[in-house]
Write a protein that binds this ligand. Structure first.
Ligand code: MN
Length: 598
């Protein structure tokens, strides 16, 4: 494609649109030429972007749009709209989220490399390496070239790119959100597939990044396509509940007065649930009607401690429902969500949910990892939180190195994202683990060495098997040996993970570390003959410990046959691989020889 010609042409707009523009609008657009013509499709984008970042560079945005428009010209979406409407809408979603100019430019161009003649190199020359990295991160691998692995490889590439720049994931989420919003144009089959995949990987990814603003919309779009009847039912319910406007204003008024009486500065506003969240709680609780209790949020002006003062004010006003208080300030969720949650019996004996948080917590809850881009001046304060927020991503990148198989990587990612989490305490630190985790999972979370050498665990002061299931709030001690295999006791089981652990560990991280341990033992330079030799040596040592010896291989061959191995060599490799303990072999060998003397 001749890019220069394309760029010049792209500054104009499709003639059909232009023809519709009346003289008044054109005059107005000339008058406001400093911010671009009124009918220019980029104008809304620039305006939204500047509403958050007042000194943002509009010229780069316009250049990005011009190139994307010319590259996609002639392409149509399934809906029949010109293709460019899609990247423009994605950029608009990101502008509303408050992302920076680089992200918006990358969003405008995000499908060019995949779907047009515009190359990654041209993109880098035109817009620099940052934009190129972001676009490359969301560019799919070619199905024709990569075949069945294309999808898994694409997700892996995206995660790798996100390790360098997390904005890759935020663009991907906005891309999917717009695709979900325009899913109507697709066949029923692809609608279900895309909505299912969104719920499977992207919604949990969004949750981990803490971007509630996007997650709500994604979940509601999923519900709309996967459970259309439930969606309509909830929609009807929420509309009819106009009566709540009065009820909620009573709640808000009384709560505000209580804050004033208690000298807590802050505000109270209604906080309606989104449809998916109503649906989930309705299904989970088996309610015949949508479960949608009135909900308000209190945002205090002061420090964290003011949240507890506000809680005191609320509990002084209305009786709290036992067991419904949660302190996510003292124990933040794994995506660093922080708030106090309580349910109280409000006016007319109706239960009301109350969320209490500071302004900073409120911003973080809404924007998650995007908060640093939306509020760059606050970035310094939130840097540590953002780093913690990406701890899971670093862990995922760790397995990436351990997992050459893309399908297995995707499966582990899916598992990790799907897990509900528990928090346990070890050496005074809180550690977040997938629920159902065992002390071995914890040990590997503490480090590879601790995991490889753990031998025992104490849960809440009592010794417990390594396979025990940990519960929320458990205090756990891990005992690890730092023994190296002794030169004088070669036949002793060397320290290290046991294969049985693979049967009960829960976290993909622990699974991979255990697999890695065994894979590493099968050093690349080691041949089958080496393993046979070492397996034989291990048995020899075990025999000597029993003061026995073997004159020939015959008994070993018989035992191999008896244990179901195709030949002696396979059994010796099994011994080397620790699938079979040398002591077991020797004990059975002794029984065999003593029963049938040679
Ligand atoms: Mn796209």
């Amino acid at each position: 494609m001749d890019l220069d010609a394309g760029r010049d042409a792209a500054i104009g707009r499709p003639l059909s649109r232009r023809a519709e523009v009346n003289l008044t609008r054109r005059l107005r657009s000339w008058l406001s030429a400093w911010s671009g013509p009124e009918d220019d499709p980029v104008t809304t984008l620039v305006r939204t972007h500047r509403a958050v970042h007042s000194s943002a560079d509009a010229a780069t945005l316009r250049r990005g749009y011009a190139i994307a428009e010319s590259a996609h010209r002639g392409q149509m979406r399934k809906s029949g709209d010109p293709y460019i409407t899609h990247p423009l809408a994605v950029a608009q979603i990101l502008a509303e989220l408050g992302m920076d100019t680089i992200t918006l430019v990358a969003a405008l161009l995000h499908d060019t490399v995949e779907d047009t003649d515009y190359t990654l190199q041209a993109l880098e020359d035109d817009f620099g390496p940052e934009v190129a990295l972001l676009v490359d991160g969301v560019t799919k691998f070619d199905k024709v070239f990569y075949g069945a692995d294309a999808e898994a490889e694409t997700i892996r590439k995206m995660i790798l790119a996100a390790g360098k720049d997390v904005r890759v994931l935020i663009i991907k989420l906005a891309d999917r959100l717009h695709n979900m919003r325009t899913l109507d144009a697709r066949s029923a089959k692809s609608r279900a597939r895309i909505a299912g995949a969104t719920l499977d990987v992207l919604v949990p990814l969004c949750d981990r990044l803490g971007v509630q603003a996007l997650k709500r919309e994604l979940e509601d779009a999923v519900l709309f396509h996967l459970e259309p009847e439930a969606y309509q039912h909830i929609d009807g319910h929420v509309r009819v509940h106009g009566g709540w406007v009065t009820y909620l204003s009573t709640v808000v008024g009384q709560a505000r007065a209580a804050l004033r009486r208690n000298k807590v500065a802050g505000d109270v506003v209604p906080r309606p649930r989104h449809y998916y969240s109503i649906w989930k709680d309705t299904v989970a609780g088996g309610y015949p009607e949508p479960y949608d209790p009135p909900r308000v949020v209190i945002v205090v002006d002061g420090p964290d401690t003011d949240c507890y003062a506000a809680l005191g004010a609320v509990h002084g006003l209305w009786r709290p429902v036992a067991g419904r208080f949660k302190d996510f300030i003292a124990s933040p969720k794994n995506n660093l969500y922080r708030s106090l949650h309580t349910t109280v019996i409000g006016p007319d004996d109706r239960s009301v949910e109350v969320l209490i948080r500071t302004e900073g917590m409120h911003r973080a809850a809404e924007y998650g990892i995007a908060v640093n881009f939306r509020f760059p001046k606050l970035a310094e304060r939130d840097d540590r939180a953002a780093a913690d927020q990406l701890a899971w991503l670093r862990r995922v990148l760790d397995w990436e190195q351990e997992t050459p198989d893309p399908a297995q990587f995707l499966e582990s990612l899916r598992c990790d994202l799907a897990e509900t989490q528990i928090q346990v305490f070890c050496d005074g630190n809180a550690v977040v683990l997938p629920s159902g985790s065992t002390p071995v999972d914890l040990a590997y979370e503490l480090g590879r060495e601790v995991g490889d050498h753990c031998v025992a665990a104490r849960i809440n002061g009592r010794l417990a098997p390594l396979s025990s299931t940990l519960a929320e709030g458990d205090v756990v001690d891990i005992f690890a040996t730092d023994d190296r295999p002794s030169e004088f006791d070669l036949d002793a089981e060397p320290p290290g993970p046991r294969r049985e652990w693979l049967g009960f560990v829960k976290s993909p991280h622990a699974q991979m570390q255990i697999n890695r341990f065994f894979a590493e033992r099968q050093a690349p330079g080691m041949t089958i003959a080496d393993k046979v030799r070492l397996g034989r040596a291990a048995i020899g040592l075990a025999l000597r410990r029993h003061s026995r010896g073997l004159a020939s291989d015959l008994p070993l061959r018989r035992l191999a046959e008896e244990l179901g191995y195709p030949d002696l060599e396979t059994m010796l490799v099994a011994v080397f691989d620790r699938k079979l303990a040398p002591d077991t072999v020797v004990e059975q060998l002794i029984t065999l020889v003593d029963q049938r003397p040679e």
